[in-house]
Design a protein around this ligand. Structure first.
Ligand code: PRX
Length: 662
């Protein structure tokens, strides 16, 4: 115990000293072997961005090579490589089979209870074709949406690629979302089939999935087929004519399914993400441009050499990070990845490091929130394992505080691995701002510079560029991997991203600053989106879930700074009539939100409030609520309908805080 605390104190001191260091150059050995060692790619792309992207696109496998590059004739509806034809599954699998690499492991999969499965490219080739045929036999064809609601098991990648093979856009819903949220996403997208599991495992427990899905299928009449992966073997009811077991169906299916030759602009997938209203946005990605950007960034940002590297992106496949950097990016590059079913602290807090050692992970990509959790658990967990194979680390999802960056660098990377802090969004499809690790130095807390071909800027409200101070992040040039629209809602697409600075400049929704080195420092969201543990949630969506509780009259939700999760959800709640708040009611409301959206959306804190601060026109003043929640001096309250409301609330919250301290 004493030794442990001495070690902790020494580490603290070392990290404290490192805080002084502003830049971290690529280590010599890393740079000597890196794919990119200088600025030449940035320069090449700057000279002719379209030629740059066209060159990258040619690295994909096409049925018909595109002659066109960017079609900007109808902004902001940009098209890329529109006269080319290709198939994503061919790029992820067939090309490697043809190159004789079928025996290479695509995924070292590890189950929660320690089970292991090595899935090769040949395995994927076989199962993807068979599942594609099952879907085809059930009448699913190009353009039909297929929902996927699966845990982190290899079948999720097979399902996505089977959809891609036949041109059916997939709509993956994160396994942590509630059935209610799945239902909504299936309804919005009018999914024709759903691929799901009997049950999911989480930290030693089993949660029924198929029965939960059965609960809503009656309300989604578009779903004609449900394919059920037997994950735990739990007993489930199967509806004749609609439901099929995955294993039986692929066993009986024709083993060959020639890929559809699809237009580059054919939709590859829809992925719902939170926006500033209660209705999630169906972000639509198409094929050729998306694959071009994802393939390139996977290889060059992570400096991947497929023959020797083992890559692990610890995200869930249900988020865009999983789509791009667990499935499409690594597979297109013929890389071996790790996929882990469980939580980072199950069966123990060292499981990630155990797996890194076991599979010889060389490049590891995770979220700052996970790093902060690891810091809390202590450096003794990674110390139990040999992490010497690691050579590059990455982060994504939210700004990383320099202290967490340094801990990651020192404790996980042993001071020898560069860190790439990658900024991007569901909408951008792939990494946009980061450092190329063999060529550029890193600064803890900053993402770095826009990648070649990407033009980012920080603008003021009027669209003028600002340097050295905070402004609004914008992307001033279309890029191939960008979203094409919001599914069936072109108007919201234009309004959300292209109304602030015009139809040529993409409005990101983040505040940022650029420094003298041209390094971007992303500060956080400027809209009503909360980033909890790197997961995007809309205040309006959580509010509408809270308000749907019968005892709640009104609610305002804000994101509050949180040491562990970056931001956490704080809900100010006014109850019906003269109902009184209680601890039981807090739990009831949290559970209600879990059922409506998912556990990740549960408010961490609920503040009972007789009334909410509103402007004279009735708009809730979230800025003031944020000040109250974070204990800041209250700003201007003169525009409020009833300034007393906010003062009473402020006093109440301060009183609670004092009670908490006592
Ligand atoms: O606010 C930025 C933050 O996450 C948002 C995008 O969220 P989402 O679409 O869910 O995608 C997350 C994974 C790509 C951004 O608008 N964000 C993402 N990466 C970073 C970040 N903020 C700071 N630094 C990052 N590296």
């Amino acid at each position: 115990m004493e030794v442990a605390s001495r070690n902790t104190a020494r580490l603290e001191q070392e990290l404290g000293e490192l805080l002084e260091r502003e830049r971290f150059d690529p280590p010599e050995e890393f740079a000597a072997n890196a794919l990119v060692r200088d600025e030449s790619l940035h320069e090449e792309a700057a000279r002719d961005p379209e030629a740059w992207w066209a060159k990258l696109a040619r690295e994909l496998e096409w049925f018909t090579e595109p002659a066109q590059v960017l079609d900007a004739s109808n902004p902001p509806f940009f098209k890329w490589f529109a006269d080319g034809k290709l198939n994503a599954s061919v790029n992820c699998i067939d090309r490697h089979i043809e190159a004789g690499l079928g025996g290479r492991v695509a995924y070292h999969w590890r189950g929660e209870e320690g089970e292991e499965r090595d899935v090769t490219y040949a395995d994927l080739h076989r199962d993807v074709q068979r599942l594609a045929n099952v879907l085809k036999d059930r009448g699913v064809g190009p353009g039909d949406v297929v929902g996927i609601y699966l845990p982190m098991i290899p079948e999720v990648a097979v399902a996505m690629l089977a959809c891609a093979r036949i041109g059916a856009p997939h709509n993956v819903v994160f396994g942590g979302f509630s059935p209610e949220a799945v239902k909504e996403r299936m309804q919005f997208s009018e999914a024709k089939a759903l691929i799901t599991a009997d049950a999911a495992r989480r930290k030693g427990k089993t949660a029924p999935v198929k029965p939960a899905v059965d609960g809503f299928l009656g309300e989604v009449p578009s779903i004609e087929t449900v394919i059920v992966v037997r994950n735990t073997g739990a007993d489930v009811e199967m509806k004749e004519g609609r439901d099929l077991f995955y294993d039986e169906a692929i066993e009986a299916a024709d083993p060959e399914c020639p890929p559809e030759e699809l237009d580059a602009e054919h939709p590859l997938y829809i992925l719902y993400s939170s926006g500033s209203t209660a209705k999630p946005k169906g972000i639509l990605h198409t094929t050729g441009g998306y694959l071009t950007g994802v393939a390139w960034t996977t290889k060059y940002v992570f400096d991947l050499k497929p023959e020797s590297d083992v890559f692990w992106c610890s995200a869930d496949v249900g988020w865009v990070t999983g789509h791009s950097y667990i499935v499409y990016g690594p597979l297109m590059n013929g890389v071996t990845s790790v996929m882990y079913e469980g939580a980072p602290d199950y069966p123990d807090k060292d499981i990630w490091w155990e797996l890194c050692a076991r599979y010889g992970v060389t490049v590891f990509y995770t979220a700052p929130t996970a790093i902060r959790a690891c810091i809390k658990w202590g450096a003794e967990y990674p110390a139990r394992h040999d992490l010497s194979k690691l050579r590059l680390l990455g982060t994504v999802g939210e700004p990383i505080n320099p202290k967490a960056w340094l801990w990651y660098w020192k404790v996980i990377g042993g001071g020898r691995c560069p860190i790439v802090d990658t900024w991007w969004q569901t909408e951008t499809g792939h990494i946009m701002i980061t450092t190329l690790p063999g060529a550029q130095f890193a600064k803890p807390g900053s993402g770095g510079r826009p990648l070649p071909g990407i033009e980012a800027a920080v603008l003021d409200e009027n669209g003028n560029e600002v340097t050295g101070r905070q402004g609004l992040l914008a992307l001033r040039r279309p890029w191939p991997g960008m979203l094409r629209t919001l599914y069936r809602d072109d108007e919201r697409y234009v309004e959300t991203y292209f109304s602030k600075f015009g139809k040529e400049t993409y409005f990101v929704g983040d505040a940022a600053r650029v420094d003298d080195d041209g390094y971007f420092w992303v500060i956080g969201r400027v809209d009503d989106v909360i980033n909890v543990s790197g997961h995007r949630l809309s205040t309006a969506e959580v509010e509408s879930a809270v308000v749907s509780h019968p005892k709640v009259a009104e609610c305002a939700v804000i994101g509050q700074a949180d040491e562990d999760t970056g931001q956490s959800i704080c809900a100010f709640v006014t109850l019906e009539g003269d109902l009184e708040g209680s601890d039981e009611l807090v739990e009831e409301i949290r559970e209600h939100v879990a059922q409506r959206i998912g556990k990740l959306a549960r408010p961490k804190r609920i503040v009972w409030s007789d009334d909410l601060p509103k402007t004279r026109s009735g708009k809730i003043m979230r800025r003031l609520l944020r000040d109250i929640a974070e204990g800041r001096e209250l700003g201007d309250v003169t525009t409020l309908r009833d300034p007393d409301v906010v003062k009473r609330l402020d006093e109440l919250v301060k009183e609670r805080a004092r009670e908490g301290e006592d």
